[in-house]
Write a protein that binds this ligand. Structure first.
Ligand SMILES: NC(=O)c1ccc[n+]([C@@H]2O[C@H](COP(=O)([O-])OP(=O)(O)OC[C@H]3O[C@@H](n4cnc5c(N)ncnc54)[C@H](O)[C@@H]3O)[C@@H](O)[C@H]2O)c1
Ligand SMILES: [Zn+2]
Length: 367
């Protein structure tokens, strides 16, 4: 059984196919979405060992030529050197304009692979097979690609949409618990910005979700993809409502950068960011105490608020000022009004920001 969500972007529209076990059928699904006969599969070793053969076998069944290129694992590899390594390999293989790059892995492989596909011969076909929870609900959808550069995350990149996103939730079985919870942070975020029913569902079914119950996961992933697809269709280049997706990310990115992308996973950083955004909303009298509490309670139950080391308030504040969305010294925050509704605020008083940071630091040891 395959669930299809169409991401509508005119002639660049594409399907997100979701189904337990569909990696086995990737050949036929890819064939119907893209005309290429040669496939370049970008992956990392550990993922390739687990799932690579299923994918390449399924593609080869249609007589396609398949090259697999595993890169080393980790965010640290998301740089210009790896990008050029990939492009060089493709050139050596004499791949032409009509080939297709398939990413099999987490957000790192997806982002760098998408970027390579967008610039190789000015753009070739590209298919995403995300294998982490975070990539399945977020990174693989919406066409943001890129690499970290000059010490700055995602500094160079492009908007480049795939022909297909193929999501098999079964592969999450092998994902470790911490990585799984980091993906759940983004799902909670979707609930916070747009879907109070899903938020409630997570509250009620948390045990089943944390045990990776296939039905529960399928439903969360489908709902998340649907929300992201809708938002991206309406605002591909983030001039309006796509910015909602940054809920929790202004502080989240600052913390990740401050800690040098160690200590905290992306989802953990975003969880602190959501805690902080909710607190700011409370200070600005945008939301009620109970909205704030409900959010914090859920994030706590998912164990996302457990690891914040001490940080310099001033330095983290300065990092927020460097945020891509901050302009002329004003930080743009996505704040909450109630579960399922957010608002963009550019005029949050500095004193509120600093006092919320103080409170975060004071309370984090108590979480
Ligand atoms: N393009 C976007 O819109 C977007 C959105 C969010 C995040 N991102 C990017 O995504 C990246 C983070 O993605 P991530 O969290 O997936 O990290 P990741 O790609 O580094 O994957 C995390 C780890 O999980 C392992 N793994 C992957 N699939 C597995 C599986 N099925 N079983 C066991 N282990 C598996 C990987 O080998 C890796 O060690 C960041 O670079 C971030 O900037 C992009
Ligand atoms: Zn995120």
């Amino acid at each position: 059984l395959i669930k299809r969500i169409n991401l509508k972007l005119g002639s660049r529209s594409y399907d997100i196919c979701i189904g337990n076990g569909i990696l086995k059928h990737s050949g036929v699904l890819i064939k119907s979405a893209c005309t290429s006969k040669k496939y370049f599969v970008l992956t990392v070793d550990s993922v390739f060992k687990k799932y690579g053969t299923i994918l390449s076998r399924s593609l080869k069944r249609f007589g396609f030529i398949v090259h697999v290129f595993p890169i080393s694992d980790g965010e640290i590899q998301k740089n210009e050197n790896t990008l050029f390594l990939i492009l060089k390999k493709m050139a050596q293989l004499r791949l032409q304009r009509d080939c297709c790059l398939v990413t099999l892995g987490g957000g790192v492989v997806g982002d760098i692979g998408g970027f390579a596909a967008s610039i190789y011969m000015r753009g070739i076909n590209f298919v995403q097979c995300p294998t982490t929870f975070l990539a399945q609900v977020d990174a693989s959808i919406g066409g943001k690609t890129g690499v970290d550069f000059y010490g700055i995350k995602n500094l160079i990149g492009s908007f480049y949409q795939p022909k297909l996103v193929l999501i098999d939730p079964e592969v999450l079985k092998t994902l470790n618990d911490r990585q799984f919870r980091t993906g759940l942070a983004e799902v909670i975020k979707y609930g916070m910005i747009k879907d109070p029913k899903m938020f409630e569902k997570i509250e009620k079914n948390l045990q089943a979700i944390l045990e990776k119950n296939p039905t529960a996961l399928l439903s969360l992933i489908s709902k998340s993809c649907q929300i992201k697809a809708e938002i991206v269709s309406g605002d591909e280049r983030e001039e309006g409502e796509r910015a909602w997706l940054n809920y929790g990310h202004t502080l989240g990115h600052a913390l990740e950068s401050y800690f040098g992308y160690r200590f905290l996973t992306h989802g953990e950083a975003v969880a602190y960011g959501m805690w902080f955004a909710a607190l700011l909303s409370l200070k600005m009298k945008l939301c009620t105490e109970s909205t704030f509490r409900r959010q914090v309670e859920l994030l706590k139950k998912v164990d996302l608020l457990q690891r914040l080391p001490r940080f310099s308030i001033q330095k983290v504040y300065e990092k927020m000022l460097l945020d891509k969305k901050a302009r002329s010294g004003k930080i743009q925050f996505v704040l909450t009004r109630k579960i399922g509704l957010v608002t963009i605020q550019k005029n949050v008083p500095r004193s509120f920001i600093l006092s919320a940071l103080n409170q975060l630091q004071a309370e984090s040891s108590l979480f």
